[in-house]
Unconditional design. Structure first.
Length: 228
């Protein structure tokens, strides 16, 4: 993140003007937490002054019970693969991007016959993955943590083979601001970016991705376009 993005003038996804949305009930350093909301695509981002510092961010992640012993969590990830990956690609090289402390999704992909890698900037910062190409990349509960979503999406696309699949899990933002302010999902301090269906349409267009499926306002499957 950069110091000059604490006050945004334009949307980080589509460059349209933004307006300010404040939550008077949620405060940080004496100030009401603020969001910048796009007037065109609805993409909503928390300015950098309201982002947690790296130590606090890791402490928040460490509280998650995302372990192989959590049967519900494993079942949820398997269900994600069945809906967002299995219908589109069944073999090849796979990357779980933003894997967290335990590579559960990597192991599930490996069990399906994929040759798998995983990357997490905190728990497994293996930068060798950025020199490879993949037939499928998964990003579960990752996009809401992106400080610069367009740049991160473009980076992921450079790692995909032509025709490869990007499978995303994130909860889409409600259109109404009042509903957004009541939304539990935004109250996680590490969640800084919130997307609408329109903002994903624009992201996919800019990254040369084709939306194959959007399910339950949570699971999205994209295919990298083959550019002649």
């Amino acid at each position: 993140m950069s110091a000059n993005d604490s006050a945004l003038d334009t949307c980080a996804v589509c460059d349209a003007p933004v307006y300010t949305l404040e939550d008077p009930m949620l405060r940080l350093g004496g100030s009401a937490v603020r969001y910048d909301v796009c007037t065109r695509c609805g993409f909503t981002r928390k300015p950098s002054r309201f982002h947690p510092d790296p130590v606090s961010e890791k402490q928040q992640y460490d509280q998650h019970e995302n372990t192989p012993d959590n049967e519900g969590y494993v079942a949820m990830l398997d269900g994600f693969l069945r809906r967002a990956v299995d219908p589109f690609v069944v073999s090849g090289r796979a990357l779980d991007f933003g894997s967290g402390p335990g590579p559960i999704l990597k192991d599930l992909l490996k069990g399906r016959g994929f040759k798998t890698d995983h990357y997490d900037p905190i728990y497994h910062p293996d930068r060798a993955v950025f020199k490879k190409r993949y037939d499928v990349i998964t990003a579960t509960e990752v996009f809401e943590h992106f400080h610069h979503p367009l740049e991160e999406t473009l980076r992921l696309c450079t790692l995909l083979e032509d025709g490869g699949i990007l499978a995303v899990m994130t909860s889409l933002r409600m259109e109404e601001d009042e509903t957004f302010l009541d939304w539990w999902y935004r109250r996680d301090p590490t969640h800084v970016s919130f997307y609408t269906a329109r903002s994903f349409d624009i992201l996919s267009e800019k990254a040369s991705l084709l939306l194959l499926r959007s399910e339950d306002d949570k699971r999205l499957s994209f295919q990298k376009r083959v550019i002649p």
